[in-house]
Design a binder for this molecule. Sequence first.
Ligand SMILES: NC(=O)C1=CN([C@@H]2O[C@H](COP(=O)(O)OP(=O)(O)OC[C@H]3O[C@@H](n4cnc5c(N)ncnc54)[C@H](OP(=O)(O)O)[C@@H]3O)[C@@H](O)[C@H]2O)C=CC1
Length: 389
Amino acid sequence: MLMCRRWLVCSMRAHYRSFSFSASLRNVMPAWVIDRYGKNEVLRFTKNAALPIIQYPNEVTVKVHAAGLNPIDISMRGGYGAATMAMKRDPLNMKQSGSEFPLILGRDVSGEIMECGLDVNYFKPGDQVWAAIPPWKQGSLAEFVVLSANEVSHKPKSLRHVEAASIPYVAATAWSAIVNTGGLNKDNSSKKRVLVLGGSGGVGTLAIQMVKAWGVHVTVTCSQNAEQLVRDLGADDVVDYTAGPVENKLQTLQKLVFDLILDNIGGESEKWALDLLKPWNGAKYVTLVTPFLHNTDLLGLADGMMQSGVTIGCKVLKHLRKGVHYRWGFFAPSGPTLDEISEMVDAGKVRPVVEEVFSFAQVPQGFQKVEQGHARGKTVVSIIEDEKE
Ligand SMILES: NC(=O)C1=CN([C@@H]2O[C@H](COP(=O)(O)OP(=O)(O)OC[C@H]3O[C@@H](n4cnc5c(N)ncnc54)[C@H](OP(=O)(O)O)[C@@H]3O)[C@@H](O)[C@H]2O)C=CC1
């Protein structure tokens, strides 16, 4: 439905001409960059980062009002995924392609369209938008970011930019894991049972709300002090993982046999969690904690991908014999997915869970906050203050 609307608007505005804002501006911008991998000391503020320019006709320039921080920013600051990201920047050349530095982190953006490529018809300058930025592109801790139009979506009207910036990356991840990999959607989820392992962080708080809106019975594991938060978001059953082995408690809840388990924790979970799935019923365990990028960093692209293939293949087969499906879930950038989430937000079915907002000057403190863990929702950076309502 929303996909159709994108197509329709494209046809209607086929002759729209974009204007060139960048030519009238300076060719540098303020940004937080890194010039090497490491801890927080590698973060450097500059007023002279290169202004990103549209290179393809399907791209848009977005003026960043707010950016979200995610655990992947901490990992990328330390070099995580560097081998794969370099290949994506230069897909024809399957080896390391030049330097990725200075690198701008930040995977969430909420802001305003400044300029559209000639093939972009769904957006126009001035549109209020949000997006999740693929890790191989320059990020949102900057004044401007250039994205493909199909990665961008109109921001929910009911949210301020600092609220909107808390959602895209975790929403695109939760959607990819639950819908694309897990096979649930708004039409087939009613009365199904989902277990969210690690419900109190960014992905968990979004995933709970998403499946709850589709009529799912949601069980969540989290720390005791996050119980109220996840219940407010829609969790039906909550298990405190800090008070002894979660698997024992979940097994004692007799009727809890799940159609889908979303694992945001990894580690030992997969040793016991798959036993809680309904066997021979299409039930799936989807983990977001995968060794995929770690393998390519360690072994190089080709060997790393082969290693990942062997690992996932063995696990899929092992669990298939028991009648359940084992899968790896991945973030997938998608404007149409965010269109769906935007509707859910404006309908009051999904709300932002913003734990803390930092100013643009406080980006290193924002990284420290995310690095400490124990998230209760999301950490956001306000780059242009929202207008007072
Ligand atoms: N594969 C992919 O493409 C993607 C993978 N991810 C990964 O998914 C995971 C979740 O991401 P995100 O939600 O953003 O992370 P967050 O850091 O926002 O949240 C993690 C949450 O888990 C809680 N937690 C920690 N240990 C446990 C445990 N044993 N049981 C239950 N809860 C626990 C933490 O709180 P507390 O410690 O206080 O309990 C925290 O609230 C991360 O590992 C991330 O790297 C995320 C996005 C994309």
